[in-house]
Design a protein around this ligand. Structure first.
Ligand SMILES: [Zn+2]
Length: 193
């Protein structure tokens, strides 16, 4: 799992913090993470937006929220990035958009539902910014960031907001040695992370 940090600007940190705020809306469950995501357009093109999309008044200039999502926001044990994309019309041109997510997009789902990595690729989101990598072996092995990079998506892993990204996941903390990206003590639970 690569954790290379690419160029991130102040706007990236702003939007990742926004995604963290959204992640706190997730209802904790023992079998999955609480993640927040926001899909942002930096282009001047008028794009469809989710009906509940709100661009904060202090947002970076000319950057617009197309959709937000948090874990289990929509029925069906949905994931944050998945929710963002489900809120937009199929086929929306997302060139110039960035998906901000508090945690690396999943690559495998025990439920068999499409992964967020697959959905990001299908939607042709060209850039993903994330706050933490998915912990190895807590639920499933995640290769989301590597897969996205291999398929030409720019993946930026912002450093320094790990604690904030983990905060909505306190319910899982006892399963970790250090509460962050350390080795989990227990990886036996069935889940759909
Ligand atoms: Zn996912």
């Amino acid at each position: 799992m690569s954790t290379t940090t690419n160029a991130a600007d102040a706007a990236d940190r702003y939007w990742l913090r926004h995604a963290i705020t959204i992640a706190h809306r997730s209802a904790p469950v023992p079998s999955a993470y609480c993640v927040g995501a926001v899909l942002v357009s930096r282009t001047s093109t008028i794009l469809p937006r989710a009906s509940d999309a709100i661009t904060p008044p202090d947002a970076p200039t000319n950057q617009i929220v197309l959709a937000t999502g948090f874990s289990r926001e929509l029925p069906g044990n949905t994931h944050a990035e998945e929710v963002c994309l489900l809120k937009l019309p199929v086929g929306t041109d997302l060139a110039g958009c960035t998906m901000y997510t508090t945690m690396e997009p999943c690559s495998t789902r025990l439920s068999g539902r499409p992964s967020c990595t697959g959905r990001v690729l299908d939607a042709k989101v060209p850039r993903v910014v994330m706050g933490i990598v998915e912990p190895a072996d807590l639920f499933v092995k995640c290769t989301g960031a590597d897969t996205l990079r291999e398929r030409g998506v720019e993946v930026v892993h912002i450093q320094g907001l790990e604690e904030e990204c983990w905060a909505p996941n306190r319910h899982l903390r006892e399963r970790y040695d250090d509460g962050r990206n350390g080795a989990p003590r227990d990886s036996g639970a069935a889940a759909d992370a």
